[in-house]
Design a protein around this ligand. Sequence first.
Ligand code: GTP
Ligand code: MG
Length: 326
Amino acid sequence: MPANLPPEYFQAEKRYRQAKSPEEKVEALEAMLSIMPKHKGTDKLRAELRTKIAKFTREAARKLATDRRGAGYHIKREGAGQAILVGLPNVGKSQLISALTEASSAVADYPFTTKAPIPGMMVFHNIQIQLLDMPPITDRDARPWLTNLLRGADLLLLMVDLGQDPIAQVEAIFGELEKLRIKPVGREMEGVQWLDQKKALMVGSKDDVAGAEENRRSLQARYGGEFPLVSISAQRGTGLEGLKVEIYRGLEIIRVHTKAPGSKADLEEPIVLKKGSTVEDFAQSIHKDFRQRLRYAQIWGSGKFDGQKVKREHILQDGDIVELHA
Ligand SMILES: Nc1nc2c(ncn2[C@@H]2O[C@H](COP(=O)(O)OP(=O)(O)OP(=O)(O)O)[C@@H](O)[C@H]2O)c(=O)[nH]1
Ligand SMILES: [Mg+2]
């Protein structure tokens, strides 16, 4: 690698590493290529960048084609994970999106207000999580594209209005999910050929209304063993911090901080990994070459002591700080 690359190059490279979609990868790679000085010494690197650009451009085109066939909406995935709201009409899905994210989705006291998916970004500590407001799960017009969006999500938020019969709502939601052949993990149902399984979290909404506490208790009694349950009032803003924590847990991700030898850890922008990831996975997400060259790492956090030397198989924990040694 040429020694004198400007900081913009490393910023673009970071965007490339963190990019989730082929479109984002192409954008970052093109930026890297435009910054890379043109001379004999960089010929090989520039050729590699062009090959990668071609590859991800093809991938983006393929993705677009399959999305179109699915019809309807393509929501660009952003942030560390995606949670999607699932519920009957009028339960407060849009109110919640408006309370947790910068997105504004129309809230109204009549059913079927939301007609299209609306994404918003929820900030949780130093990461962002994408939430998707949706039309009610019973909306027939949404049927053709609903399955694709649900299948793409990392977590379903099953929303139940605590001012109405909660069990009937949950059973209705399960019935609709069954028609779409999506199985919430924890729900056992025989004889159905599932397309997909999805982790789910129950959200009791409007816990400021009369009867909410009793309904929450019956939800807990009936489904508490299968699903985590959080109750909230999006209108009053109560329970929202607890909900954020549960959403984060449900995504089963960890945040790991990088530290370069001799400098302080980067606590601002963690690398987000799947729970159970190892030092090796971490190295790979930084740079694929790093994985091979890695000799050992030092960690602060899940080690027995600060700065402990660990091997590539060491399983990382949320909040760990890692210094890689090649
Ligand atoms: N009391 C109370 N009312 C709420 C709360 N959240 C939402 N509502 C009311 O419930 C009604 C429906 O809210 P929406 O957010 O539009 O519900 P939705 O689930 O998005 O509805 P659809 O888009 O039709 O499926 C509105 O009249 C809201 O004011 C809450 O926390 N407490
Ligand atoms: Mg709505």
